[in-house]
Design a protein around this ligand. Structure first.
Ligand SMILES: Cc1ncc(COP(=O)(O)O)c(C=O)c1O
Length: 343
């Protein structure tokens, strides 16, 4: 498989979905009139209870029980967990814990990883498939992958980790989208040296604005990460609400079932409109289509925001990612807007 080597020129920061205000300006429609399907955030997220003001007034404390509840949720030991202000903070932190080295990332994946490692002075190697991963110091994977939904099972990942660890290397697995179907998670495996797992409460719990995430790894590596972050990394309201969400097993069980059903419904809706998705997860569907840019534009004109991925080169096909609609009127609206978009 061909490998592409990045140049030393610092790249622009990656762009993301969810820029509703920007879309409002561009399409001349108020933000609340958009159906925003441009992210993979659960639209019917964990129901947030009223917050005691004390959490805004006092400094947050680390021994508030958050880590113990998180350890139960992730199936890990408390001393293998570090709370982060979003898993994005871990994405930025990990490259600073190693001297410059050779880092492999998948070519079509969440762009923040490559960006962070490159910005920290590492040599990036873009891989089209995992089979091309060899002689790397660090291998970074997103499981399931964003945006195409590719998944790797535990055995494959543990074998890859063993390969990396044998040479003092790392395997970093970003599991931001794994919560709806976590059976291939490596969160419970971080006693293994050189294994780093990132988790987010933004997607499945629909709490992206809280900015909570976790890094799971062995205690010595976490101690270095903790020292790099300093005190009070997570705001008090984020700590208390995350703890409650992670402890709400009944909501989690119901939500897993609902998301699977809604994912199948979204795939079915797109297929009926002649747009069968090529991949996806419980939280989004991914569609490669030569007309993706025109489709994106026409949906946005109709008030439905999707995430467009431009073709990477002349041999690539552009693609669209559709997040899940939430309430019934949102489903109707998507169906209505899809119809003329294809005319
Ligand atoms: C694959 C992946 N990892 C991590 C993140 C960052 O999530 P957060 O910082 O909200 O936890 C995102 C956000 O879109 C993502 O798609």
């Amino acid at each position: 498989m061909p490998e592409r080597y990045f140049t030393a020129t610092p790249p622009l920061a990656p762009r993301h979905g969810g820029r509703l205000r920007e879309a409002a300006r561009r399409y001349g429609r108020p933000p609340e009139d958009f159906l925003d399907l441009s992210t993979g955030i659960n639209p019917l997220g964990w129901p947030v209870p009223p917050l005691d003001e004390v959490h805004l007034r006092r400094l947050p404390e680390d021994d508030d029980g958050l880590i113990e509840v998180a350890a139960g949720y992730y199936g890990s030991a408390p001393d293998h967990l570090l709370a982060l202000p979003g898993s994005q903070a871990g994405i930025l932190l990990l490259p600073r814990l190693r001297p410059p080295c050779r880092v492999g990332v998948l070519a079509r994946s969440y762009a923040e990883h490559a960006h962070a490692w490159r910005m920290a002075g590492h040599t990036l190697i873009e891989l089209d498939t995992l089979e091309a991963a060899h002689a790397l110091d660090v291998l970074v994977l997103v499981n399931p992958n964003n945006p195409d939904g590719r998944c790797w099972n535990r055995d494959t990942l543990l074998a890859l980790h063993a390969q990396q660890a044998a040479r003092g290397g790392w395997l970093v697995v970003d599991e931001a989208f794994i919560d709806a179907a976590p059976r291939h998670s490596l969160a419970g495996e971080t006693a293994r040296p050189g294994l780093f797992v990132l988790r987010s409460t933004g997607k499945f719990f629909g709490l992206a604005g809280l900015r909570t995430g976790f890094l799971l790894a062995r205690p010595p590596a976490l101690a270095r990460a903790r020292a790099a972050l300093g005190p009070w990394t997570l705001a008090g309201p984020s700590r208390v609400l995350t703890r409650a969400a992670l402890a709400d097993h009944a909501w989690q069980a119901d939500t897993r079932i609902r998301l699977m059903r809604d994912a199948a419904r979204l795939a079915g809706l797109l297929t009926r409109h002649g747009l069968p998705p090529q991949g996806g997860t419980a939280l989004f569907q991914w569609l490669r289509h030569p007309e993706a840019p025109a489709l994106h534009e026409s949906l946005a004109q109709g008030g439905v925001l999707t995430r467009l991925f431009e073709a990477r080169d002349t041999e690539d096909t552009p693609s669209l990612r559709f997040g899940l609609p939430g309430r019934e009127p949102d489903w109707q609206r998507l169906a209505e807007v899809l119809r003329p978009s294809l005319a």
